[in-house]
Design a protein around this ligand. Structure first.
Ligand code: COI
Length: 361
């Protein structure tokens, strides 16, 4: 695999400082994009080539481009944080790069070298540094690397041309309520992914498959859908776009990776952060019956969702066809908040980074 250099073609019409500052005061999630993007091509027989940092803008495709028909697409999400000295650092970009390679293998796409993935993110951040929100708050710059099949033709087979792109978007809280607990609809019939499928790959198809169940959750008055496993319809897997943790006093438990669960970088990090704080942390299978029983008998003290976009968000009400129950007395739990603060402090550069997770840009 060759590593292409990334050639700069700066935007001639970036937003003005005033326009950018207005956006950064309240960015929301995924609504605004920075002035540039990185693009790198891959062609059969040639490998990765033509790395460019170009003005952010529309892409133009032939209607027969294969991604539009057979959905050969993968993506990642990672964040860059303003540090106390004004510099910028990303959180575990190498881990996202490795997951990107694993998603590529599952979808029969070429693997981008880890160093090229990290270099592309760094190049975009360096160019659009002014878009990284100020230090101290909850805001960050969300990076969205993705890859699509660009060969033109309707034959169903792995494409022989691909385009890797990185775009960036200033991000506030994913859920508008911030740390206000979200409500969950436990979907007992719709499944997100099946064993042997592509549930552990970060590909748009998994998110498309989640939208109907998410719409049903919304219709039930819930913020997110929670999926059970596809075989027994019994074991808790994950939410529409994030992983789950169960807090049993001073022990946190997340569903064991089953092959149909996406291995979240935040999920993985929290296994270590919890131990650093003196809590127990483990992976285990948890059934929906156990969830309800333990919430009702009080042994399950808190539940929270986690992901790059969601950070750590407490779960309050859970609804299912069988009824409804409540965790943490309806407010964010103590362990949830401690873990959230500890993780954010590492990311914001205000506490030690014992695992060397932060990557200076
Ligand atoms: C992320 O957390 O980065 C994701 O890709 C999930 C998506 C719901 C925004």
């Amino acid at each position: 695999m060759t590593t292409p250099t990334i050639e700069l073609k700066p935007s001639s019409s970036p937003l003005s400082d005033a326009e950018r500052e207005a956006i950064l005061t309240s960015p929301g999630f995924g609504r605004h994009f920075t002035d540039h993007m990185v693009t790198i091509k891959w062609t059969e027989g040639r490998g990765w080539h033509d790395g460019q940092l170009v003005p952010y803008g529309p892409l133009s495709f032939d209607p027969a481009t294969s991604v539009l028909h057979y959905a050969q697409e993968i993506f990642e999400g990672l964040k860059a944080y303003r540090q106390p000295d004004g510099s910028v650092a990303t959180f575990r970009p190498d881990r996202n790069a490795l997951r990107f390679q694993s998603s590529a293998r599952r979808l029969a796409m070429p693997e981008l070298p880890v160093e090229t993935f990290v270099e592309a993110c760094d190049a975009l951040i360096q160019q659009d540094k002014a878009w990284v929100p100020a230090h101290g708050g909850e805001e960050s710059l969300y990076l969205r690397p993705f890859m699509i099949a660009t060969e033109v033709g309707l034959g169903v087979r792995p494409a022989n041309e691909y385009l890797f792109i990185v775009i960036a978007s200033p991000a506030g809280a994913y859920f508008p309520g911030g740390v206000k607990p979200v409500s969950i609809w436990l979907s007992e019939d719709r499944v997100r992914a099946v064993p042997g499928g592509m549930g552990d790959a970060k590909t748009g198809g998994n998110y498309a498959a989640s939208l109907l169940a998410q719409a049903e959750a919304t219709a039930k008055g819930c913020d997110q859908v929670c999926y059970l496993d596809a075989v027994e319809h019994k074991w808790v897997e994950e939410l529409g776009g994030m992983n789950l943790y169960f807090v049993y006093g001073d022990r946190i438990v997340t569903p064991t990776l089953s092959g149909s669960i996406l291995e979240g970088v935040t999920r993985d990090s929290l296994l270590s952060v919890a131990r650093d704080l003196g809590y127990g942390s483990e992976e285990a299978r948890i059934s929906s019956d156990q969830w309800r029983r333990d919430a009702e008998n009080g042994t399950l003290t808190e539940v929270f969702a986690c992901g790059t976009a969601a950070v750590i968000t407490p779960v309050g009400t859970v609804k299912s066809a069988a009824g409804e129950w409540q965790q943490s007395g309806g407010g964010p739990g103590e362990v949830t908040l401690k873990l959230r603060e500890a993780l954010l402090n590492i990311q914001r550069g205000v506490s030690k980074d014992p695992h060397n997770w932060m990557h200076p840009v």
